[in-house]
Every structure is written in structure tokens, then in C-alpha cells.
Design a protein around this ligand. Structure first.
Ligand code: PLP
Length: 362
């Protein structure tokens, strides 16, 4: 059984460390004293860099993590009696411990479906039309995750259709962009094309998974929604006193397109992984591979063997479903070692051909 080549794993893009460019800026920001609580030059430069990236004026707030970014952004859009329409697999629903509901003082998430982790205009409309009476939490926003939780990407056309529906129904648009960079690298689109030009009012722009130590940017394209947002951040414990150490590393990502190279590398490693796994008998790809994750189903015995060999990965998508994530510094050797380990584990457990066919149907 092949063990991981080193400490690299394919469990999460959060396993990766800080990229050199971000680290260099962390060190540079440490050179002297600076004004506290975000009034420093690093933070001003990082905000300006984000405006440059999106080619528009916008209001930017840096917070520590994505749960806070999403929760506070949605609480800026919603009153407590409002609701947010999102996909049933959305991170805000499945992985934020009720943070959006908590910080909005009770705004309810209304869950919709859609293939490949993507909310559809029809699903949004159906949820919106379901009730309009005083007894139901009033829909106020749609939240989209780009790239999605299952590693797919909304195309500009899909976003345009969602925007049209949201505008017609008077709904604001929030984007969870924890992996926006991966979506952009996948689409080859300009940042503005899939954000404010697609009607996104507020974007949670992910930095951590792209190579920062810590930090996400809440980007208000609809600046009216940002009213008093600084107070929300402070009250929620999200105002860093030494803000420059959160903001300066963003310059490392955004200057010289490091963030785009990081994302493109992660996506390329996911393609390599999918290409290596897909032909193996007993492996079944669960979703299109469009960003930096690969979802496959594997026989339970193979999962057990891979875990025993030291490979870590999540299996939260039902029996036999495995999520594999690549990152900005995932090495080809790591990918190839996982493919080899899977091939070996399959070889050790491969049942008779008829049984293979059955397990695929199951
Ligand atoms: C990782 C992630 C987040 C942020 O999670 P935190 O752990 O709170 O930083 C948000 N949305 C999606 C889709 C994610 O994958």
C-alpha cells in the first residue's frame, strides 16, 4: 500500500499552508509600527487592490473566516423576519453551525435543489412562490456558492438567468466565493463578469483556501448594504486590531496574479486526479470536475484501506462518496501517489466482474 509521499493530503484545501507571496507580505507588514484596527496603509492598499481586481468601486471589509463573512454579509441584507434562498448543499446551510441565522437574529434559510450543487432559477422561483403570507419568513436574498460545494461552477449564462429571476422577484444576491478564484480560473472569466455584472450585491471573497493564513474579504458592490457593517464586524469579534496582518497578505495574492496562478494550479491538480481515478474499475465520478475538487464513489473496503494507509479525506456525501480536494501547492507526486494507492486498494479488493457491476449500480 502506498502511503502519502509526505505530509501532503487531499482532504481539504485548508490543509495547505501560506503561499510564499502572502508570507512575504506578512513579513513586510511586520517591519514597523502601523495604525491599528484597519486604518493602516496595508489595509488601504489591499482594499484598493480588490477594487482593481473587480474593476469597480466597492466597499471591502476583512474578516477572519468564511463563516463570519457569510453570516455577517447575509445579516447586512436581511432583517430577522427575512429568509435566504440557497442550495441544500450550501456551506451556509451545512457547515456554519447556524451562523447566518444567529447573526441575522433569525433569518431562515430556505433550501432549494438543483443538479451538481447549483441552484436553478426555477428552484428559486418555486421557493419564492410557495408562500407570500404574513406567517412565512419573507424571501429577501439568494445565496450562490461559486465554485460550488461539489466542485462545479456556475457559468456566466447560468448566473445571468439567476440574476434575472432575482431582480424580477426583488431579491438581493449574495455570493459565497470561498473558491471564487478556482471558479474564475475554470471559466477564464474576468472577476467582474461573474460578480457585480452578474448582479451580485455582496461577495464573500475567499483568501484562506487560495494561500493566506487567515482572512476573507466581504466585498459590497451594492455599497448601500454596507451601512454600519464595520459595527457588525466589531460586535461579532471580527475586527482585527492588528488588521495589517490580515490585509497585507492579500497584496501577495492579488499583485502579479498570484491568486489566479494558485487557483489554476489547484484546478489542474484536480484534473490530473480525476483523469487518473476515472478509468479505474470500481471508481465512479459523482460530479463534473470544474474546480479543485474531485468527488468519486469508492467501495467501502477501498476507503478503509486508503484510510489505513494514512490518507485522509472526507466521506460526507453518502455511502461510498469521497471528496478529494487539491490546493495551490498540491504536488503532482501527491496526486499520483493517491491514484496508485487507490489502484492498489482496488486490486486487493476487486470482486468478480459481475459483483463490480452490481456495486456500481448500488
Ligand atoms: C471553506 C468554505 C467557507 C469558509 O469556511 P470557514 O471555515 O468558516 O472559513 C465558506 N464557504 C465554502 C463553500 C467553503 O468551502
Amino acid at each position: 500500500m502506498n502511503a502519502p509521499t509526505d505530509t501532503q493530503q487531499l482532504a481539504s484545501d485548508n490543509y495547505a499552508g501560506i503561499c510564499a507571496e502572502a508570507f512575504a507580505h506578512l513579513e513586510a507588514a511586520n517591519a514597523g509600527h502601523a495604525i491599528a484596527y484597519g486604518d493602516d496603509v496595508w489595509t488601504a492598499r489591499a482594499k484598493a487592490a480588490i477594487e482593481d481586481v473587480f474593476e469597480t468601486a466597492c466597499e471591502v471589509h476583512f474578516v477572519f473566516n468564511g463563516t463570519a463573512a457569510n453570516s455577517l454579509a447575509l445579516s447586512a441584507i436581511c432583517q430577522s423576519y427575512h429568509s435566504v434562498i440557497c442550495h441544500e448543499l450550501a456551506h451556509i446551510e451545512t457547515d456554519e453551525c447556524g451562523g447566518p441565522e444567529f447573526f441575522s437574529n433569525g433569518s431562515k434559510l430556505l433550501l432549494g435543489g438543483g443538479a451538481n450543487g447549483k441552484l436553478t432559477p426555477a428552484a428559486v422561483e418555486a421557493i419564492f412562490r410557495k408562500r407570500s403570507d404574513i406567517h412565512y419568513p419573507k424571501p429577501q436574498a439568494v445565496s450562490l456558492t461559486q465554485a460550488t460545494e461539489v466542485g462545479t461552477v456556475y457559468t456566466p449564462d447560468e448566473l445571468a438567468a439567476l440574476q434575472a429571476t432575482a431582480r424580477r422577484l426583488g431579491l438581493h444576491l449574495h455570493m459565497d466565493g470561498a473558491r471564487l478564484a478556482n471558479a474564475l480560473a475554470s471559466l477564464g472569466a474576468r472577476p467582474k463578469e461573474i460578480t457585480w455584472q452578474a448582479g451580485i450585491d455582496v461577495l464573500c471573497f475567499g483568501g484562506t483556501k487560495n494561500g493566506l493564513a487567515v482572512g476573507e474579504a466581504v466585498v459590497f458592490f451594492n455599497t448601500a448594504l454596507a451601512r454600519d457593517f464595520a459595527y457588525r464586524c466589531k460586535q461579532a469579534g471580527q475586527l482585527a486590531s492588528k488588521m495589517r496582518f490580515v490585509s497585507a497578505p492579500w497584496l501577495g495574492l492579488l499583485d502579479n496574479d498570484t491568486w489566479q496562478r494558485n487557483a489554476a494550479h489547484a484546478n489542474a491538480m484536480a484534473q490530473r486526479l480525476a483523469k487518473g481515478l476515472e478509468p479505474l474499475p470500481g471508481v465512479h465520478r459523482l460530479f463534473p470536475v470544474e474546480a479543485n475538487s474531485v468527488f468519486v464513489s469508492l467501495p467501502e473496503a477501498v476507503i478503509t484501506r486508503l484510510h489505513a494507509a494514512g490518507w485522509r479525506f472526507y466521506t460526507f456525501i453518502g455511502a461510498g462518496g469521497v471528496r478529494l480536494m487539491t490546493s495551490w501547492n498540491t504536488r503532482e507526486e501527491t496526486v499520483d501517489a493517491f491514484i496508485a494507492a487507490t489502484r492498489q486498494a482496488l486490486g486487493e479488493t476487486t470482486p468478480a466482474p459481475a459483483a463490480v457491476a452490481n456495486s456500481l449500480d448500488a
